[in-house]
Design a protein around this ligand. Structure first.
Ligand code: P1T
Length: 387
């Protein structure tokens, strides 16, 4: 839920710092208090100040929900305990017999949730290359109710034209969900491009400091919002107040962090492109990237995630990820510290043997906020050793 919308015309950074975060009326505290109470006094049965029980609503969570909804230019926002909890709530909008289309390189956990949690209870799904409307048309069924877009995708940084897929799906009365985790609302506004629902792993750029797991859903349609609010409360996968505070703190600096992530990613891409140990660089900012034109149109900048194929195949990829010093070998992304990983054996291992299996030579980088030259030198040294 989001209580108080910011005045029209506030810029992104102003909304990030002020939306939902007016000084506390009782104390003047500038930062929304971490409200720990699980229950709220009622002056008579059903008469209260907007809160009854903390699973249904909590003031710290409401501040976060108002703020991130405002960043996505949505009328309603819902915070969840993790990105996958948020995704799970969205898949519960579907009923047995419905058909879902997911991208053929979605995050491994999204694939696992659809294929191994929702599919056994009646959801059918297909994976498709969503960069190609004909591929989407080829898997379309009368029962298709939802198209799940990730853009740029995790881990191959494929760019999907949100407006084109939304137009196709809406003509056929299906909903469009966009996982905006990689781009963030600073770089990309899916609702304005025609999507119905935005979902986030706020564990990543929204939180931004590798210290909180969370998820978020933003929507404009009041009926969908009611249903998601119902699911949030009925299934109960809500974040605790301290976690809400951490994400709220994170989003205040989202814009400046994203600008720097993008800037450093550009430098790193330039080095990778010239290095003989790298066979191919995947980054939407490269003019030769197949999605470059769409990304330039629908994104403010190209993001802080970079992937590349090691020229020496899987063995070289595994060697490279073990050789960096500043880039920590770890799952996750989107935080101040740079991370490196091998998707085939780590984040996307659950997609092995499926249409979503990733190339074993692939290395993924989450470019952090350390000194750019140090990051370039660290990676170059790791690549030089592999040859
Ligand atoms: O980890 P969680 O907060 O539950 O979010 C899941 C999720 C959803 N969508 C995308 C695009 C994601 O990247 C993730 C989580 N991804 C990783 C942990 C990772 O290292 O790729």
């Amino acid at each position: 839920m989001s209580a108080l919308l910011p005045p029209e015309g506030w810029g992104f950074e102003t909304r990030a710092i002020h939306a939902g975060q007016e000084p506390d009326p009782t104390t003047g505290a500038v930062i929304p208090p971490i409200s720990l109470s699980t229950t709220f006094a009622q002056s008579a049965v059903g008469t209260h100040q907007g809160y009854e029980y903390a699973r249904s609503g909590n003031p710290t969570r409401a501040a976060l929900e108002t703020c991130v909804a405002a960043l996505e230019c949505a009328t309603s926002g819902f915070a969840f305990a993790s990105g996958l909890a948020a995704e799970d709530a969205l898949l519960r909008l579907l009923t047995p017999g419905d058909h879902l289309v997911i991208p053929n390189d979605a995050y491994g956990g999204t694939f696992r949730l659809a294929a191994r949690v929702h599919s056994p209870v009646g959801l059918s799904w297909s994976a498709a290359d969503l960069t190609n409307i004909h591929a989407l048309a080829a898997v379309w069924r009368d029962e298709t109710r939802m198209v799940w877009i990730e853009t740029p995708t995790n881990p191959t940084l494929t760019v999907v034209d949100i407006a084109a897929v939304a137009a196709f799906a809406h003509e056929r009365a299906a909903m469009v969900v966009v996982d905006n985790t990689f781009a963030t609302p600073y770089l990309q506004q899916p609702l304005a491009l025609g999507a119905d629902i935005v979902v986030h792993s706020s564990t990543k750029y929204l939180g931004g400091h590798s210290d909180v797991v969370g998820g978020f859903v933003a929507v404009n349609d009041p009926e969908t919002a009611d249903r998601i609010g119902f699911l949030q409360n009925a299934a109960g996968a809500v974040p605790g107040p301290f976690d809400c505070y951490l994400v709220l703190r994170g989003v205040k600096t989202l814009a400046v962090r994203m600008d720097r992530h993008c800037e450093s990613a550009r430098e790193i891409v330039a080095m990778l492109e010239a290095h003989p140990a790298v066979a191919h660089v995947l980054y939407p900012g490269l003019p030769g990237h197949p999605g470059h034109g769409v990304a330039a149109r629908q994104m403010r900048d190209f993001g802080g995630m970079v992937a590349f194929l090691a020229a020496g195949g899987e063995a070289a990829a595994l060697a490279i990820v073990g050789r960096t010093r500043l880039f920590t070998l770890a799952e996750s992304l989107g935080a101040v510290e740079s991370l490196i990983e091998h998707p085939g054996r780590m984040t996307h291992a659950s997609a092995a043997g499926s249409p979503l299996e990733v190339d074993s030579a692939l290395v993924r980088l989450s470019v952090g906020l350390e000194t750019t030259a140090d990051l370039v030198a660290d990676l170059r040294a790791a690549l030089d050793g592999v040859g």
